[in-house]
Design a protein around this ligand. Sequence first.
Ligand code: NAD
Length: 481
Amino acid sequence: MIQIQNYIGGKLIAPLAGKYLDNYDPSLGEIYSHVPDSDEQDVELAVQHAQNAFEKWSNTPAEERCRIMMRIADLIDEKLEHLAAIESTDQGKPLSLARTVDIPRASQNFRFFATAAVQFPSEAHLMESSAVNYTLRQPIGVVGCISPWNLPLYLFTWKITPALAAGNCVVAKPSEVTPMTAFELSKICIEAGLPDGVLNILHGLGPKVGAAIVKHPAIKAIGFTGSTRAGKEIASVAAPMFKKLSLELGGKNPNIIFADCDFEKMLKTTVNSSFQNQGEICLCGSRILIEKSIYEKFKTSFIAEVKKLKIGDPLEADTKVGAIVSKQHFEKINYHIQLAKEEGGKILTGGNVVKVNGRCENGWFIEPTIIEGLPWNCITNQEEIFGPVVTLIPFETEEQAVQLANSTEYGLSTSLWTQNLSRAHRIAAQLQIGIIWINCWLMRDLRTPFGGMKSSGVGREGGYEAMRFFTEVKNVCISLK
Ligand code: NAD
């Protein structure tokens, strides 16, 4: 049984209270490792180490911070196969996806923000001949980063890398449901020579160790990705302490499909945007809005394509839909499918639990599920399910499409399909949504502002937005007279 350790002050250590949680392989439905059940004492120790490391790290030349982060990126690439295998085992995602998306993106995050460290600009505002202002952006100190289970190393590194690049020391917590790759990253950081205490990784429960990070007075900023529910709790503690907050939360994303779209490209992408990673990506479309004139054509073609997706052992090369991350989440998705039926939804395909033969016979698998016939305001069309479940909703006019798209409390992302450029621009401006993809999905340029509106979050990540979040700003005004 693998015993995961915390990474504090440059060392791998057991949680101070000596308590552990079970970690499951969702494809097998079996416990395969133990995760530290860390608490306030571990946070206190990590904060002390981070504070001790801060002066040196924040004064380390950006080129040197960049060099160390590049070294970590190289080591992630060298260990790609190993990291992909443990990510797939821990989360249930197809190995092919971990190998081509999750792990490459983790090293890309390190490289991207390593170079941001040396390219981060400052601004100057000249007052003709009377004064010059310049903006001084300095590291904040010790910051907290908390990430979810759906893209474990991908999102964990997306949070910590701008913080490190900007010269902060970090106390970070990956999800207790998928801790393995963050544990491996601890070892990589030691091997790469990251100075002790600059990054500290604590494992354990959100309401326990996560909450202790959020409320620690020496932690001045919190970067969080996870559910809207946890985001609210975090904001209620951190906001009265005037901590900087970046919250990347849930979604109920609409795909908006017009009759004039490139049908084949749209269809292929919509299958992916609905069911990649078992639909457990915050950016997956879960409400598919289709112009009425192509509704039947879309429905028939979509069902046919979705039926071709192979569900099963994530380690098999041709698997497209793997296991659901945990028993609890598996039960939540099944509950929502049942609820959709009670709300009057018609299951067009899927809707069932899948029994996989062989080593995965006790794993948690659910068929990709397509539902139609539900009103826009029912629970199924309003609440995030975060699994392989989508609904189809017809619309007649552009105005109605926009209304439907904006009709939930969320506003994270959308994938809009039309060949009419004027309409695309017009709709983009009207959507209450932070990330708008037109005729594509999940095309990511890491320089762009990333984040949601309404209950999908506060603040933006990516590029300079993230570097600015992790710095304290001063205006320095010098009189020229
Ligand atoms: P979650 O909110 O349950 O947990 C996320 C992280 O927060 C975990 O590490 C957890 O231990 C911790 N946590 C939970 N409660 C906490 C608290 N009170 N204080 C401090 N930490 C706490 O979310 P999850 O189930 O791991 O992830 C799924 C959710 O994440 C979905 O809602 C999904 O949409 C969202 N998500 C959003 C984005 C985005 O970029 N907007 C990306 C990925 C996932």
